[in-house]
Unconditional design. Sequence first.
Length: 327
Amino acid sequence: MAAKRVLITGAAGFLGSHLCDRFIREGYHVIGMDNLITGDLKNIEHLFKLPEFEFYHHDVSKFIHVTGPLDYILHFASPASPIDYLKIPIQTLKVGSLGTHNCLGLALAKKARILVASTSEVYGDPMVHPQNEEYWGNVNPVGPRGVYDEAKRFQEAMTMAYHTFHQVETRIVRIFNTYGPRMRLNDGRALPAFIGQALRGEDLTVFGDGSQTRSFCYVDDLVEGIYRLLMSDYAFPVNIGNPDEISLKDFAEEIIKLTGTKQQIVYKPLPTDDPKQRRPDITRAKQLLGWEPKVSRSEGLKITYEYFRSLPKEELNKLPKEFESKR
């Protein structure tokens, strides 16, 4: 019997590459797709020698053609950090709208089940805490983060429209802060920023007074939740994240302790529309999927720190990536 086939967009990114690994382990034929604007082939180069993996260098905002049958599509193509989507706002909007439309059209044509990667950013700067799936959010559509927040909100609406109008089998995962090996050190998010600063001997930069909170989920836990959601029969959004909440000031102190460095914490003004609180209500994931995170933050941080520490020195000192395309 031929192996089931899965298309993973954003395959060379942080989450996409871990999903490729998981589906290879599960015995699938994996088709990875990425335009490499924020992804890196190094994340999946270990898969190129495998007959059950193939890679398409392609922008999903343009028409997608995949030969042969498809059983599943996981749409993970998108910039996912503020430093990315502030530099390439139009591509961010296009991959969330045109890219999602193309993936849904492919799912319809191939009769494939599709899971789209949404985000806790659909909740904006939330007025409800913790955030459950019934909360509609508090988003500024014309603020600097709006290009990402609204792209993902549109993505969810388009996905549900294909589900209700075309009866496409759809799944929506709302991903909360996730970390682990293969994150980019220079992507502007708190965890890699703190570890990178510690490894370079710099003071750790906290924006605002550090009282804003985040909850960090280790990547293996997230991938397990995504896999279970894909295999479920539930079409509405599901939060996947770790409800263990911590302030960014306390988190910076944890990183200083972990790395054994003597840096201080320095404070800078809070960016526009930066969420003050972020913590998932995972009741739905527990009830529907029997899922909850297993990896403690201390355990996950040790693995992630060792990964960053093993990077070549030039990677450690690389400035945030500049993007050439202005389309």
